[in-house]
Ligand binder design. Structure first.
Ligand code: R5P
Length: 296
């Protein structure tokens, strides 16, 4: 029996390519708001005994999470078998520690919530800093797709003589992999974060920098401050205009405009944005298939 795939999200372009790369039948959903703005949701497909993929890309998660929970609950009541969420961006991973007393370590309750309603989860490069793997907090079966081969391929095709720069120690896990695959050197800088939009980046030490094209690689671009401060340090060293590559381009507020004024920007399709250059549908679909085979 073919699995059924539903789209709960607003990224029809990525959804359609995913759906055609998967052996799955298209599920039909009816969604609207009641006059009081509460959500109405109805599943118009037969799901009895079938495995289900739910595409719900959870950037800006608070607007989406309730509909996701409503859908999983409805599908289970209709006799669906395994429920697998496909979310290229996995939110609430960055608060992985209590810095001040009384703070919510939101990654934990969020992982408990998803784990209690779903059997499986596919995402791309989740922000693993103090956690080593999603299994540290998620009890469902998860798989993280790596963007490193896709980014390395893009760099090889577009950037002559690159040097990769990681703005902070967390970025080393991505930058080192991309550098190895693209056969390019890399350097990791130090970042001190003083606040949400206040970061300090160390000066690069590589004496070869002037002769190369700098390519900054990070998992998330949110306020853009990490990338902007890094570009400024490179400018002080007299380097060429850099390319900033983000797996997840969130670009809150004026982040995109501010960064675009001083660097070229490239992102993967994990979050829909005009800077998307790197396609992700095929590796996500392949991994979704693998995970479903392991679950069933
Ligand atoms: C955190 O350490 C991440 O890897 C990114 O460096 C960070 O999320 C970027 O955030 P922002 O764009 O707000 O500086």
């Amino acid at each position: 029996m073919l699995p059924v795939i539903f789209n709960l999200d607003s990224d029809p372009s990525l959804f359609n390519r995913l759906a055609s790369a998967l052996p799955a039948e298209m599920g039909e959903l009816e969604q609207r708001r009641f006059p009081d703005n509460e959500n109405y949701l109805r599943v118009n497909s037969d799901c009895q005994g079938k495995d289900i993929f739910i595409f719900c890309n959870l950037f800006r998660p608070d607007d989406k999470i309730l509909r996701l929970i409503f859908l999983t609950d409805t599908l289970k009541a209709m006799g669906a078998n395994k429920l697998v969420l496909i979310t290229p961006y996995l939110p609430y991973m960055r608060q992985d520690k209590q810095f001040l007393s009384g703070e919510c370590v939101s990654s934990k309750p969020f992982s408990k919530l998803l784990s209690s309603y779903l059997d499986g989860l596919i995402t791309m490069d989740p922000h693993l800093h103090r956690y080593h793997a999603l299994d540290d907090i998620y009890t469902l079966h998860s798989k993280a797709v790596s963007a490193a081969p896709l980014i390395a391929h893009w760099i090889e095709q577009h950037i002559p003589n690159p040097i990769l720069i990681g703005p902070d120690i967390e970025s080393e896990q991505w930058v080192s992999q991309v550098a190895a695959l693209a056969k390019a050197p890399y350097e990791i800088l130090n970042k001190i974060r003083h606040g949400d939009k206040d970061v300090e980046i160390s000066v690069p030490s590589n004496s070869d920098l002037q002769h190369k094209t700098p390519v900054l690689v990070d998992d998330i671009i949110s306020s853009g401050r990490t990338m902007i401060e890094t570009v400024k340090r490179l400018q002080e060293q007299g380097m060429k205009k850099p390319t900033c590559i983000g797996v997840h381009g969130i670009f809150s507020g004026e982040a995109y405009q501010a960064l675009a004024a001083i660097a070229d920007i490239v992102t993967t399709e994990c979050i829909p944005h005009p800077s998307n250059r790197i396609e992700i549908a095929q590796p996500i679909a392949d991994t979704a298939n693998e995970l479903l085979n392991e679950l069933t």
